[in-house]
Design a protein around this ligand. Structure first.
Ligand code: FES
Length: 84
């Protein structure tokens, strides 16, 4: 296994340039009340442009909206802000 290959039980989240967050691995997705949102695939794409009609999933609308975002972090930012 190389450093770029995640373990089978590892969850990875990859921000795609101008697109969604790709989540790979064994995750459960829940709404704010704790109810599980069914996931039918091992890899899911979560919308980060706000235009999807299938939120929280990406439906490809980011392309029509010309959404722009970097593949990695924005320059000068590290980590993130947690919400509760
Ligand atoms: S990121 Fe794809 S529809 Fe929002």
């Amino acid at each position: 296994m190389t450093e770029s290959e995640p373990r089978a039980d590892e969850v990875t989240i990859t921000p795609y340039r101008d697109g969604p967050l790709l989540v790979r691995g064994p995750v459960s997705l829940r709404d704010p009340d704790g109810s599980e949102i069914p996931i039918e695939r091992r890899t899911i794409a979560l919308c980060r442009c706000g235009r999807s009609r299938l939120k929280p999933f990406c439906d490809g609308s980011h392309k029509l909206a010309s959404f722009r975002a970097p593949a990695g972090t924005q320059r000068g930012s590290a980590g993130g802000r947690a919400t509760r």
